[in-house]
Design a protein around this ligand. Structure first.
Ligand code: GLU
Length: 460
């Protein structure tokens, strides 16, 4: 059975790079009817694990990714790690290293200068006695040969064993290090496939040595290149490397974000739109790109518009409530949503547009007023209110006919009525289809807004 995992270090929230890693692992587990597990790498006890887990669960809930079994916390497994460290010590595969901080500094300095270090980092490798001094525990790496593995994305990876120094597996306070615990956990959690960022590629050599030391099977590794910003550099918060939930606040749909992320570093021909089921069916980590991907906000917006357009109105209507807009009881809500879902990039934008439409304008675009609101136009507007008084237009086509009838009777060009009407309604010349707008507002409100503009005209 395929078992994958997501193993975040708790940073307080889940960022989009993390979500992409989780998504790849989740898809691969689902595709193989396997398991996707969650492990919190909280060996740094200063961080609050509860908060981190809540943030991740919140983001998982929103995106629909779910994990199997209990969450594993590294902070609760120190005894287990200790047992395995002792096992390596007993087998002579790890040793206590008593090098002092000063000695280590000297080694580091010499290395930085490219000189031969005055002290051997492996000084205590074959030391048999015990000293009454603080120590770390180092792993005995082989002195010759190569460490190799076939990375599922990057192909054959290999390094001369002598390039890997005897790395620390337990610090002087006894706490184990990342490269050690990750192996213990991945083994105990039954991991078969590990998809993670390629910033861990070099760690993998050390981890493989630990698997071998215990005689365990090495899982399949897939190292995924980073997500870069649009300029090809490391992503920062400004580029969008933020909390996943920030995308919700900005009005993105979870399926749009997942679709966007799956395509960041993975492709299937030139297909851009993938439903979750399609992703599960088509995803294969061997198709992950070898080069870093670029975050492209325009693409995310395009996908989001696509999913908004294709969402049922009832769903959008519910989502809008999260952005402070409740139109559940509005009798023209279908027209309003039908119009806006074709135009907006985000639900937040949809909410803002609805507010603009439903609230009587308090400001009028100066340029638009200068261009369209002339004395004769004000006269037309007045006459238009009288013209519609005894009529009962409700749906957009009825409003469309009424406006045309008025223009015909008065012998007017459209620009003498349409743009001014729109300015009266929303303060500007841009927006949804005018007939739809008038229909959504209803006759009473249309007349009210025209009268307000007429009154304002004195001031303009
Ligand atoms: N905790 C590590 C991180 O957040 C991931 C470790 C791994 O995937 O092996 O970068």
């Amino acid at each position: 059975m395929v078992v994958t995992r997501f193993a975040p270090s708790p940073t307080g929230y889940l960022h989009i790079g993390g979500l992409r890693t989780a998504l790849f692992n989740w898809l691969w587990a689902k595709k193989n009817s396997g398991k996707f597990r969650l492990r919190i790498e909280d060996t740094d006890l200063s961080r609050n694990k509860q908060e981190a887990v809540e943030a991740i669960i919140k983001a998982f809930n929103w995106t629909g990714l779910n994990y199997d079994d209990e969450v594993v916390f590294q902070s609760e497994r120190f005894d287990i790690y200790k047992k395995y460290i002792n096992e390596l010590l007993e087998k002579g595969l790890a040793y206590k290293c008593y090098l002092t901080k000063e000695e280590l500094d000297k080694i580091r300095e010499a290395k930085m200068k490219g000189e031969e270090p005055p002290i051997d980092i492996r000084k205590y490798r074959d030391f048999k006695g015990e000293l009454d001094k603080p120590y770390v525990i180092r792993f005995k790496t082989p002195l010759e040969g190569k460490i190799c593995f076939e990375d599922g994305v990057k192909g054959l990876q290999s390094v001369d064993a002598k390039e890997i120094e005897d790395f620390v597996i337990a610090r002087s306070d006894g706490t184990p290090t990342y490269n050690f615990v990750v192996v213990i956990d991945d083994y105990e959690m039954g991991m078969t496939d590990i998809i993670r960022g390629d910033d861990h590629l070099r760690n993998t050599f050390k981890q493989i040595l630990v698997y071998k030391a215990f005689g365990w099977d090495v899982p399949k590794f897939y190292h995924v290149p980073m997500i870069h910003n649009e300029k090809g550099a490391k992503m920062s918060k400004r580029d969008g490397a933020v909390d996943v939930m920030e995308y919700k606040r900005e009005g993105y749909l979870p399926e749009a974000l997942l679709n966007f992320l799956v395509r960041l570093g993975w492709s299937y021909g030139d297909q851009e739109i993938f439903s979750i089921d399609e992703m599960i069916n088509l995803f294969d980590p061997k198709d992950i790109n070898k080069a870093p991907s670029r975050f492209n906000k325009e693409k995310l917006d395009w996908l989001n518009s696509h999913y908004i357009k294709n969402s049922p109105n009832s769903r959008l209507e519910k989502l809008l409530r999260d952005y402070g807009v409740d139109i559940i009881n509005h009798d023209k809500k279908e027209i309003l949503i039908d119009e806006l879902k074709e135009r907006v990039k985000t639900i937040k934008e949809m909410a803002e547009e609805i507010e603009k439409i439903l609230n009587t304008p308090s400001e009028y675009n100066e340029k638009a007023v200068k261009k369209f609101i002339k004395d004769e136009v004000i006269e037309n507007l007045k006459e238009f209110t009288i013209f519609i008084k005894d009529k009962d237009p409700k749906l957009p086509p009825e409003w469309h006919d009424i406006m045309n009838e008025f223009l015909e009777i008065k012998g007017l060009k459209p620009k003498m009525l349409m743009p001014p009407l729109r300015i009266a309604m929303v303060g500007d010349t841009k927006g949804i289809d005018l007939s739809a707008l008038l229909s959504v507002l209803g006759k009473e409100e249309v007349i009210k807004r025209i009268n307000k503009l007429i009154a304002m005209n004195e001031i303009f």
